[in-house]
Design a protein around this ligand. Sequence first.
Ligand code: ZN
Length: 332
Amino acid sequence: MIMIFRGIKTLKTEWSVKMARLIEETDYFTLHFLSDGVYGAIAKHGQGAWSNAGIVDLGDECLVFDSFSTPSAGADLRRVAETITGKKVKYLINSHYHGDHVFGNQAFIDATIISTSMTKDLFKEKNKIGNLAKETKETKDYLNQLKIQMEKSQSEVVKASFVNQFNEMSKVLEDLPIMKLVFPTLLFEDKLVIEGSKRRIELYCFGGGHTPSDTFMYLPEEKIAFMGDLVTENLHLPIVNPLEFKSILDKVRLMDIGTFVPGHGIVGKVDLLESVYDYISYLMEKSNEALQSNQSLETFLSEFQTPEPYSKWRGMNGIKDNLSKVYKFLDR
Ligand SMILES: [Zn+2]
């Protein structure tokens, strides 16, 4: 099997982005061909998928990477995975605990669901679905708040982010009556390899930057990586640990990766990783400058002018939420 890819290795890397051609479209996502039997499922905005997923034909069975944010989108993903590969889904990977990557898990209840031990603990601790009436009320209240902020927002970019959050959360609300949390059952710490009859996949956790534990999936022969939210496109992604985030990306940089499938946004090359790296470096640099000149967090944030290209990036809280987090992190 290994030999099949050997002759076209360079070509595959060079053409990786061009090869990410759209081959199918559903209500929730567009499906992109990345390599024979490897597909990126790119979420459509505001439809209940919310984050990207991946489909990999392992030979005798198939694997899915992340499950979207609703059971309906998860079921659609499973249907497409099994149709396009002709194989049953045997494994589901959860890159991290965030609901937009794991609330579709119940569509894969009979598969082996894999994550790090810490992701499973965080999943149990942070994503609780309590009493339906209470959850419904809380979600509706949240939607009302979003609506108010949507109407108040001055910038078109911020407004669009609120609209997207509103649309995605409305889809979550629609699915609440059927939603069940399904937890990972196969746990690993820093590396797990699955050797299929057709190809090998490798799961890595180099620590936590976006959440306390972030996993990505690497296909060594195809040089494709499904990054979860360690790599996103033009997005003010939440950051919990900027130092560890950079050290994770430093390690990823050393790997031979031609195609990056981000957790949010379109498929790209290493420049996607570099843009996240530069963003975190920028947040750290500005926060350090403020701390060195004894600027209070309030003054720092109120005087801060968001430069291009970050003023165009998506994300409800913009850059200031991350600046505040990084400032507080470095102040510790
Ligand atoms: Zn996330």
